[in-house]
Write a protein that binds this ligand. Structure first.
Ligand code: PLP
Length: 631
């Protein structure tokens, strides 16, 4: 359990069950025994819901929302800040109805709102019955229709704030406001000049694609004044970035945002909301340092830094403290979802039983086999070099037709036995050179997991995101294998080779040797933000099953909602094939084969039934069919 550093990145959401299972911890009753994840999977499987699946935990979402709101409230009280905090959730971070609706529900006591970054997101947000006083921040490129909705929805009591992203948009807003005879609530997105560090540095600084430059902001004030609409400008939006690793970057960016804010007020804009956008990081690796996957601050520090900086700047300018707004996405949803996949098979890159060369085998097979005779901690590098040298030579002999396939197969087995002994020695001996450990990584096992990296963890592929991963069972048993994970797409990029472990980021994940006929599941954690939304249909693997669970008042984990993953028909339709037409066309091909006698009627029946069933089935590897086929 300790190997996976769960205590560092898990924020207490996961615990070890008495039987070695990984379990979900109820945040409201942290001393209760954790609810076993393998047991939950077993129960779901009985209902016909299998891995791969995304598991959402309502209580974890609620806790993140509570934490964000109460931590801001504490910082506000501690600093004698005169304003309040009114957060919004950026829909793009996880647009799923089950998630957005819960955020609206759990956020109700805090007047928590939503952020729309596009017209479709606005249309979604307008239908969500936001709490009284909550903001609906309207970002993104806006056409007249978007603007009209934003202006008139205010008449329906929805607190829409249209954030001007470009000078052209301002003209659309003024024209629509005149046409409708209504005054909108406006915000302005300002490009800060300071760039923050991290993966999303490009979304900050004056070369970022969104927002107005200083000159454009000054011009905008004049345009609004001339249109008698300066009183509409109530909010300043200065997005700090995403997953900002350094607290110093946050403080400096907020400081600059405040300079703009106080200046705009001085020029007559009646601003009362300061929106600092996203940026609050998630410590995906639990390292608590400023890297792309971690950050060097806590939620307390983030809130305290913002509140202190704004208070100081406003006091300096002799201006009232504004309402603070943030658009934290990942900090709200990341912890609440996990991807669970079953391991389908493992390729072990060593073996424990010795293999001996046969009588007339090439002498190099005996040379490899002899390596174990001189294997000591001092000669480990030499042994590894020798093993690799002989293997390469034997492969070359095979390619030239000197040795046959059985010999080369035997040579590979002897090599794996030698590697196994070297791995054992390295595990037992502390003073093995780091280069040897590094080289042994070439011989990591490969565990094939039933999921698509491109559909379920796109950031791992796109931006080398490191996500914590752990097995869900046998955590009371020392793992004996070191593996990389490969997915079931036929794309060599579909693998994970960076793992969060107790000693830092490692390129192999400790796992247990698979046991025959026993399911082995892994969990990929903190995947609630962006992953579901950005995933794609590579190899036509569709959405996975999604299951939402929550703890009831008695602390018992309950199934609340399930959505079956895409069927093959659905993904075919998504890429513009008509499943019915596919079926008919295939049937016609099979008919021809029946007529020509290549397929008999019995085979035709099996083939067509299988095709039809597969069309309506899950896109991922299904164990169910095997079990059914075997009676
Ligand atoms: N607001 C805006 C305008 C964004 O572009 C983003 C994401 O980059 C966010 C909020 C959410 O950021 P995060 O998920 O880092 O909180």
């Amino acid at each position: 359990f300790k190997s996976y550093a769960i205590h560092r990145w898990g924020k207490g959401i996961l615990g070890l069950c008495a039987n070695g299972d990984l379990g979900l911890v109820n945040p409201a009753r942290p001393d209760d025994p954790p609810a076993s994840l393998p047991q939950l999977l077993h129960n779901l499987s009985a209902r016909g819901i299998d891995a791969p699946l995304i598991l959402r935990v309502g209580a974890f979402l609620r806790r993140s929302l509570d934490d964000l709101n109460t931590t801001f409230a504490r910082a506000i009280a501690a600093n004698g800040y005169g304003g309040v905090y009114r957060g919004v959730f950026p829909i793009k971070v996880n647009q799923q109805a089950e998630v957005v609706d819960r955020i609206v529900e759990y956020g109700r006591p805090y007047g928590f709102g939503l952020e729309a970054g596009s017209k479709p997101e606005l249309i979604l947000a307008l239908s969500r019955n936001l709490p009284e006083g909550a903001l609906l921040i309207c970002n993104g490129i806006k056409d007249a229709e978007y603007v009209r909705l934003g202006i008139l929805a205010r008449k329906a009591g929805i607190n829409c704030c249209l954030v001007i992203e470009s000078p052209g948009e301002l003209n659309t807003v003024i024209a629509e406001a005149r046409r409708l005879g209504e005054k909108p609530m406006l915000g302005v997105r300002i490009k800060l000049t300071r760039r923050v560090s991290g993966n999303w540095a490009d979304s900050s600084g004056d070369r970022s694609t969104f927002g107005l430059t200083t000159k454009e902001v000054v011009d905008m004030l004049e345009t609004l004044r001339a249109a008698d609409m300066l009183d509409c400008l109530r909010l300043q939006h200065s997005h700090l970035g995403s997953q900002v690793p350094q607290i110093m970057d946050i403080r400096q960016a907020v400081d600059e945002a405040c300079r703009f804010f106080t200046e705009l007020r001085r020029l007559g804009a009646p601003l009362d909301y300061l929106d600092l956008g996203g940026g609050l990081g998630i410590d995906y690796t639990g390292e608590a340092r400023a890297t792309d996957n971690s950050m060097n601050y806590t939620l307390d520090e983030y809130c305290a830094n913002i509140v202190e900086t704004v208070r100081y700047a406003m006091d300096e300018a002799g201006q009232p403290h504004p309402t603070l707004v943030t658009e934290s996405g990942r900090a709200i949803v990341a912890h609440s979802s996990m991807l669970i996949a079953d391991i389908l098979e493992a390729s072990y890159f060593d073996r424990s039983e010795p293999v001996t060369p046969e009588g007339d085998d090439h002498h190099m097979l005996s040379d490899i086999a002899a390596i174990t005779g001189y294997l000591t901690p001092r000669r480990v590098q030499e042994c590894l070099n020798d093993a690799e040298y002989y293997r390469e030579e034997l492969r070359a002999l095979f390619r030239r037709g000197v040795i046959d396939i059985e010999q080369v197969a035997r040579a590979e087995q002897i090599f794996l036995y030698v590697v196994g002994r070297i791995k054992d020695l390295v595990t037992q001996s502390g003073d093995v050179p780091p280069e040897v450990r590094e080289e042994l990584n070439e011989h990591r096992d490969i565990y094939r997991a039933n999921f698509s990296l491109f559909q379920s963890l796109p950031d791992v592929w796109a931006i080398d995101q490191v996500l914590p991963i752990a097995p869900l069972q046998r955590l009371d048993e020392a793992p004996t294998r070191r593996a990389v994970l490969s997915d079931i797409t036929c794309d060599s990029d579909g693998k994970i080779a960076q793992f969060v472990l107790e000693d830092g980021i490692d390129n192999a994940l400790p796992l247990h040797e698979l046991r025959p006929a026993e399911r082995y599941h892994i969990g990929v954690f903190l995947v609630g933000a962006y992953q579901e939304t950005l995933g794609d249909l590579h190899n036509l693997f569709g959405d996975t099953n999604v299951v939402t669970v929550d703890f009831n008042d008695e602390g018992v984990l309950e199934l609340q909602h399930e959505v079956e993953g895409d069927t093959v028909s659905e993904v075919l339709a998504a890429v513009e094939y008509e499943p019915r037409q596919c079926l008919d066309a295939f049937k016609a091909i099979v008919e021809r084969a029946v007529r020509s006698g290549r397929i008999n009627p019995g085979q035709r029946k099996i083939l067509m039934n299988t095709y039809r069933e597969a069309l309506g089935g899950y896109t991922y590897y299904e164990h169910l069919h095997e079990e059914e086929a075997h009676g």
